[in-house]
Design a protein around this ligand. Structure first.
Ligand SMILES: [Zn+2]
Length: 371
């Protein structure tokens, strides 16, 4: 019995030893296998959302990271510009990217899609760089020697964070400003170029069925500012005030024209105002080129100014004793349409696709190469 007890204890001890050895070896194999995996692949830490990536996607991700690293290295140089504040008549030197936050904030609704805001940031940056490089003596004198001013009629509109927060409250402005900063800094330094020169990336709010050619507005053909279709016409209900109407009595119509120095003779058809207007001719983008009023011809561009119409994309008719302008879109129509850009972004297009759509034949490059 004594020997049986010793044998039983020995067998138990042996069994425990064997089991421990198998389990331990299994663990060691597991650790070794894992170590090998880590050593072989050397996958960098991925963000949470990327953990479910397949291997092919991981390598794409790494390529993407390299691209970002390259960008950061390439655009390390800070660019400073001088800005004339037309309200105080003072010139100050500011960081281009910080200045652009104030431009994008005042030029495009911050509720727009991030890719539309990024396209706007690149367009505004290109416009600034173009102005810095190609401004002539006269333009510099108008700016008291500065690169650019904050008058929207002359250069680009601008509002500082402090000013915006003072108007609308910091709690409201702060998250919107952060969104704009993301759009500006995620495209830091990027501009559009045409044939290796910075492009003058003009833009407008809402287009008709096509954007306008620069030649029809300013008289000079610009190869990257030509008519292209814009998405608003297909989704009019998503664009606020896509079509607007302005109505004038015959007296108002005539007096407004006279007040602005338009000396047409209305006496021949004094009794029938419907005969005052004729020969409405359209240009290549479907906007009004000229209209005959009384005995004179007037351009659509001038009529837009005189009657404060939202664009030159209008019809003019005399109905129920009134002249009625039915106007499509808002702005001169040249370059990128902001609402069109937002609709493209809602459709999943990124800022580069938006820019390449609206500015024909351009490329993306870096501002620091030109300054
Ligand atoms: Zn200016």
């Amino acid at each position: 019995m004594k020997y049986l007890c010793v044998l039983f204890v020995f067998l138990c001890a042996f069994t425990v030893f064997v089991m421990f050895t198998v389990i331990a070896e299994g663990d060691i194999d597991g650790i070794l296998n894992n170590s090998e995996n880590i050593n072989i692949f050397e996958i960098p830490a991925l963000p949470e959302a990327a953990e479910a990536f397949k291997f092919s996607e991981i390598f794409e991700y790494i390529e993407h990271e390299k691209h970002i690293e390259y960008n950061e290295e390439a655009i390390e140089k800070q660019i400073f510009i001088s800005v004339l504040d037309v309200k105080t008549n003072e010139v100050s030197v500011v960081c281009l990217e910080e200045y652009l936050c104030g431009v994008v904030f005042s030029e495009m609704p911050s509720s727009f899609e991030i890719e539309a805001l990024k396209a706007q940031a690149v367009a505004a940056r290109s416009y600034c760089v173009y102005k810095i490089i190609f401004s002539n003596e006269n333009a510099r004198e108008e700016h008291r020697g500065a690169d650019i001013c904050n008058d929207f009629r002359h250069c680009k509109d601008y509002i500082s964070y402090e000013e915006a927060a003072g108007k609308h409250g910091e709690d409201y402005i702060s998250p919107l400003w952060e969104k704009i900063r993301c759009a500006v800094y995620e495209t830091k330094g990027e501009i559009i170029t045409y044939q290796s020169d910075p492009a003058i990336a003009v833009f407008h709010a809402i287009s008709g069925k096509e954007t306008e050619s620069a030649e029809n507005i300013w008289g000079n053909f610009v190869p990257y500012l030509v008519s292209v279709p814009s998405e608003e016409k297909n989704r009019q209900s998503e664009v606020r005030n896509y079509i607007t109407e302005s109505m004038f009595s015959p007296n108002e119509f005539r007096e407004t024209l006279v007040l602005h120095g338009f000396n047409a003779d209305f006496s021949k058809n004094n009794s029938d105002a419907s005969l005052w207007i004729s020969n409405i001719s359209l240009n290549s983008s479907g906007r009004v080129d000229t209209v005959d009023i009384g005995s004179q011809t007037i351009t659509g561009k001038r009529l837009r100014e005189i009657f404060s119409l939202r664009s030159t994309d209008f019809t003019l008719e005399y109905k129920n004793q009134a002249f009625i302008f039915t106007v499509t879109g808002y702005g001169h129509g040249v370059g990128m349409s902001q609402y069109g850009a937002n609709l493209m972004a809602l459709d999943g297009k990124d800022y580069i696709e938006i820019l390449l759509w609206y500015y024909t034949g351009v490329k993306i490059d870096y501002a620091w190469k030109f300054l």
